[in-house]
Design a protein around this ligand. Structure first.
Ligand SMILES: Nc1ncnc2c1ncn2[C@@H]1O[C@H](COP(=O)(O)OP(=O)(O)OP(=O)(O)O)[C@@H](O)[C@H]1O
Ligand SMILES: [Mg+2]
Length: 343
């Protein structure tokens, strides 16, 4: 890209996820917004909030006054209702407008979406994107992570998100459908199971899915515990300390067998002479890669396949959108049309 274009055009990398949307720009802007849109339930709500739509944390905070939409279900725009479509459109518009930071410039952006988004959904997402940005491209999220790490060959990306875990074999080109597997057991699945096991053990405590997710994000681990895990919960309004060590461990470990099995399936798709290198290049990404001990456990369970290298990305919140931004900067936007939506 010429310096000229670099200064006039605002380039964005966007990771459009089930639970949150991350944005980075070529002017150093970066921000994460929860993928939630709220509409006031009535006229009082509009008066109280001072607007007719609210996004992200602000929507969650004022949820009693709002009808909430999570426009991406399993990371893919549901085709069902016009409301979902509009919520996705408005959420994208909102994050892009914020990224403009008051500047009136042309915007071009690359949007990372979950690898399983069908062609139908990618077309829909591209349509939405083009309504808000004149130039846009939709690509598969794990590939964006690989691009960010500059690991464009013989590498497996395991993106542990909220809705799903996406496992993608990178082979020096934009991955095709046979290079990617999706497991419908991500962070939301862990939250669901953790909530029910805690409730089974301590039937009188009051817990919500939100509370369980917060506890998980602070304490998630696999393997032998370093110390007992006790958390403060409330029973009949009164706080108390409750031990959830075994429950946290079991629930977090429950996603490991599927991950290992599918890493092996993707690995076997490489030529045998490349397989040893692939096994040393397994990268865990997405919010779920924060689970303590997960990299070691995945490596341990693959020990019989030779030397194994499992690492975690250093910044799981932004690695996907950083890759999207880098691709936007490396590839002049006038060529994006030729690639379109890929993956
Ligand atoms: N420290 C942590 N330990 C365990 N899980 C975490 C941690 N931090 C975030 N998570 C979980 O990671 C998930 C969100 O990950 P991410 O932001 O990558 O998902 P997403 O991109 O929105 O979802 P998807 O890729 O499925 O569309 C949530 O389930 C969240 O609770
Ligand atoms: Mg994601």
């Amino acid at each position: 890209m010429s310096d000229d274009q670099e200064t006039t055009q605002l380039l964005l990398g966007i990771d459009f996820g089930t639970s949150r949307t991350a944005v980075m720009s070529n002017r150093g802007y970066k921000k994460i917004t929860r993928s939630i849109v709220g509409y006031p339930k009535d006229i009082i709500g509009i008066k109280f909030l001072g607007k007719s739509q609210v996004f992200g944390d602000e929507a969650l905070k004022n949820r009693s006054a709002l009808t909430l939409y999570h426009p991406l279900e399993d990371g893919v725009v549901r085709e069902a209702s016009e409301k979902d479509y509009n919520a996705a459109l408005e959420l994208l518009k909102h994050v892009i407008n914020e990224a403009r930071q008051g500047e009136d410039v042309e915007v071009a952006g690359i949007i990372g979406v979950p690898s399983r988004a069908s062609i139908m959904n990618k077309e829909l997402l591209l349509k939405i994107a083009r309504e808000v940005m004149p130039v846009a491209m939709v690509v598969s999220e794990p590939f964006m992570v690989a691009y960010h790490l500059n690991k464009l060959n013989n590498c497996i990306i395991v993106d542990i998100g909220a809705g799903t875990v996406d496992i993608c074999g990178v082979k020096g080109a934009i991955p095709g459908s046979k290079d990617q597997i999706t497991i419908i057991k991500g962070g939301d699945y862990i939250d669901e199971r953790l909530e029910s096991t805690i409730q089974q053990k301590y039937y009188d405590v009051q817990i919500t899915r939100n509370l369980v997710r917060t506890i998980k994000e602070q304490h998630a681990f696999v393997g032998p515990p370093e110390q007992p895990l006790t958390v403060t919960l409330r029973s009949d309004g009164r706080p108390g300390e409750y031990d959830i060590t075994a429950e946290m461990r079991a629930v977090c470990e429950s996603i490991v067998p599927d991950i290992v099995e599918n890493i092996l399936t993707i690995m076997k798709g490489y030529d045998p002479e490349d397989q040893p290198e692939v096994l040393q290049n397994i990268v865990l990404a997405g919010g779920g890669s924060n689970i303590k001990g997960l990299d070691k456990m995945v490596a341990d369970r693959l020990y019989e396949y030779g030397e194994i290298g499992v690492t975690c990305v250093s910044d799981p919140d932004y690695s996907g959108c950083a890759g999207a931004l880098r691709l936007a900067q490396d590839l002049p936007p006038q060529h994006w049309d030729k690639i379109g939506f890929a993956g």
